[in-house]
Design a protein around this ligand. Structure first.
Ligand code: NAD
Ligand code: UDP
Length: 313
């Protein structure tokens, strides 16, 4: 009889986590979804309630937990600046203690752990585009540091567990990801623009909108995470879409699809907001045979349709 992989997905009720849960469940694997519901919602995983291979655990990763699993997908951490800055000390605790607890679990049961790290480890980058070898430019005491430094020390912990205890680790540096199930009020740029446009409100450009981001559709990202976990390379490996857009271009694209006459309004640029961001994905191409397939235009259509159905049921 083939053995079924037991997966623990921390942050599994969140945006990326719930799409990952879908993929694992559809592949016939066992899933323990763990979440404290800070930014996650039961509705995201409700379709799996009642399946014997699915379990939901309400738990905060800053506390230890004993479970028997084979794979740990460690995603628990708020990802939007509005949410991670809400209680920055808790965010740092979630990254440090949460990763420490999950690595302790991985070590005890011999599980492989994948950490959802971030392009934010590059800070406001002076090297463009960003390869994994770039060591970054993070302001250690700015308002984004709780998240950026939290993820940096989480990466450090992973490598020290690997060196000291032989724990199997995989580190994904995820670039801006968007898609269905983003929270309407999470303050991220794709969700803000779509929600504003659907409500007939002006689109809020922070600064003059000349800063850039590279947006990856969530299905592409999840495919990358699955290949990274299955492969041999510990990472860190960038997972993102190299298509780079200014925030003003993004606003124009959203507007054009929903309500072309809407105005754009400029608001102050938040402190330490990175001016540019674009992944080099050569390592992901070589090691994982992965690259994104869904262009921004197509991903936006699916995301807009999802928001339409939720805002205007
Ligand atoms: P999200 O906020 O939708 O999901 C995070 C999930 O973690 C939520 O369900 C939340 O309730 C849960 N959580 C938060 N703190 C917790 C704690 N202490 N204990 C247990 N659960 C907790 O965010 P997301 O966009 O799905 O991001 C998922 C992961 O991917 C995060 O680790 C994030 O840092 C990383 N990431 C995301 C992006 C992106 O653009 N979406 C980019 C880079 C990295
Ligand atoms: N942004 C914006 N208007 C908004 C929300 C965000 O212009 O309503 C900008 C923000 O200043 C940043 C970019 O969009 O330059 C991406 O912001 P987001 O919070 O989505 O991601 P992050 O800054 O963490 O990459």
């Amino acid at each position: 009889m083939p053995t079924i992989t037991r997966n623990l997905v921390t942050g599994g009720a969140g945006f990326v986590g719930s799409h990952l849960v879908d993929r694992l469940m559809e592949a016939g694997e066992e899933v323990l979804c763990l979440d404290n519901y800070f930014t996650g919602r039961k509705a995201n995983i409700a379709r799996w309630f009642g399946y014997p291979s699915f379990e939901l655990i309400r738990h905060d990763v800053t506390e230890p937990i004993r479970l028997e699993v084979d794979r740990i997908w460690h995603l628990a951490c708020p990802a939007s600046p509005v949410h991670y800055q809400h209680n920055p000390i808790k965010t740092a605790k979630t990254s440090f203690l949460g990763t420490y607890n999950m690595l302790g679990l991985a070590r005890r049961v011999g599980a492989r752990l994948l950490l959802a790290s971030t392009s934010e480890v590059y800070g406001d980058p002076e090297v463009h585009p960003q390869p994994e070898s770039y060591r970054g430019n993070v302001n250690t005491h700015g308002i984004r540091a709780c998240y950026d430094e939290g993820k940096r020390v989480a990466e450090t912990l992973c490598f020290d567990y690997q060196r000291m205890h032989g724990t199997e680790i995989r580190i994904a540096r995820i670039f801006n990801t968007y898609g269905p199930r983003m929270l309407p009020d999470d303050g991220r740029v794709v969700s803000n623009f779509i929600v504003q446009a659907l409500r007939g409100e002006p689109l809020t450009l922070y600064g003059d909108g000349s800063q850039t981001r590279s947006f990856c559709y969530v299905d592409d990202l999840v495919e990358g995470l699955i290949r990274l976990m299955a492969g041999d390379h510990p990472g860190p490996i960038n997972l993102g879409n190299p298509g780079e857009f200014t925030i003003r271009q993004l606003a124009e694209m959203v507007k054009a699809r929903i309500s072309p006459a809407l105005p754009l309004v400029e608001q102050p640029l938040p402190q330490d907001d990175p001016l540019q961001r674009q992944p080099v994905i050569d390592l992901a191409r070589q090691q994982l045979g992965w690259e994104p397939r869904i262009p921004l235009e197509q991903g936006l259509e699916a995301t807009i349709a999802d928001f339409r159905s939720r805002l205007d049921p």
